[in-house]
Design a protein around this ligand. Structure first.
Ligand SMILES: [Zn+2]
Length: 252
């Protein structure tokens, strides 16, 4: 498991009076609503011009039949296609490694996939060779059907540094440029989906939150790898970072 510093957003505490006032406002409004309407309205989200769907690494390599398959990874494709139709703004990311990349077990003598190695930036999980630049394995999944997507951002292309996050590489300092792109376009609400929940989705969501963006992860539009409970740990880390956990049915 790659260790990383916990990323926590510091929220300014509300005064006791403000907190109580808000509670009373919510409580009185809720009392006026029928029960069904309360549940229906609580989670409904309509993406607007400031919203973006960020589709993480839905590539052949991470699908069944690929070099680093995520279990049931293909099942999220129809969910993501349906979501894509609800967003004006869509971005794809693509894991895009050099041949012989430092995150590959084959680049470290005597090491097998899923073992770890110490890198200058911390502990690195070693993976099977995957998503090599220009390969069929690295291509976005054939089944993706979101032709209006505006950007494909590639990551993991520096030979000596991995990049689970699509914002900041694993050294914690090298930027991909995505934060600048989102800020220049005024895209402040990020909805994250894709592969894998416990690695690239989680790290990307946490870094988006650290950049001051509003972040939600769409649970049923993600699948995880789950090494030693890493999916559970990822959801906890994302919650601690202020990331909302939602379902595709919440988006209308
Ligand atoms: Zn990779």
């Amino acid at each position: 498991m790659v260790t990383r510093m916990a990323v926590k957003r510091v929220n300014k505490p509300l005064s006791a009076t403000t907190t109580r006032r808000r509670f009373l406002q919510c409580a009185s409004a809720a009392a006026l609503m029928p029960l069904a309407a309360r549940f229906a309205s609580a989670a409904q989200i309509t993406p607007d011009a400031d919203s973006v769907l960020l589709v993480i690494d839905v590539q052949n390599c991470f699908l069944p039949g690929g070099t680093l398959p995520v279990s049931d990874g293909d099942q999220i494709i129809p969910v993501i296609n349906a979501l894509g139709g609800k967003f004006e703004n869509v971005i794809f990311t693509q894991d895009w490694h050099t041949p012989g990349h430092a995150s590959f077990a084959s680049s470290h003598q005597g090491k097998a996939p899923f073992e770890t190695v110490e890198m200058p930036y911390g502990t690195q999980v070693l993976w099977p060779d995957h998503c090599v630049q220009g390969s069929r394995d690295a291509q976005l999944a054939d089944g993706l059907d979101i032709p209006h997507a505006q950007l494909i951002i590639r990551k993991g292309y520096h030979n000596e540094v991995d990049s689970y996050s699509t914002f900041v590489e694993a050294d914690g300092s090298t930027k991909t440029g995505l934060t600048g792109y989102l800020k220049e376009r005024g895209l402040s609400k990020v909805y994250v989906c894709g592969l894998a929940t416990d690695f690239c989705v989680s790290w990307s969501a946490q870094d988006a939150a650290a950049a001051g963006l509003s972040v939600s992860v769409i649970e049923d539009a993600c699948r995880g790898i789950d090494l030693d409970g890493s999916v559970l740990a990822a959801w906890k880390a994302m919650a601690d970072a202020g990331v909302a956990r939602i379902s595709s049915s919440d988006i209308v």
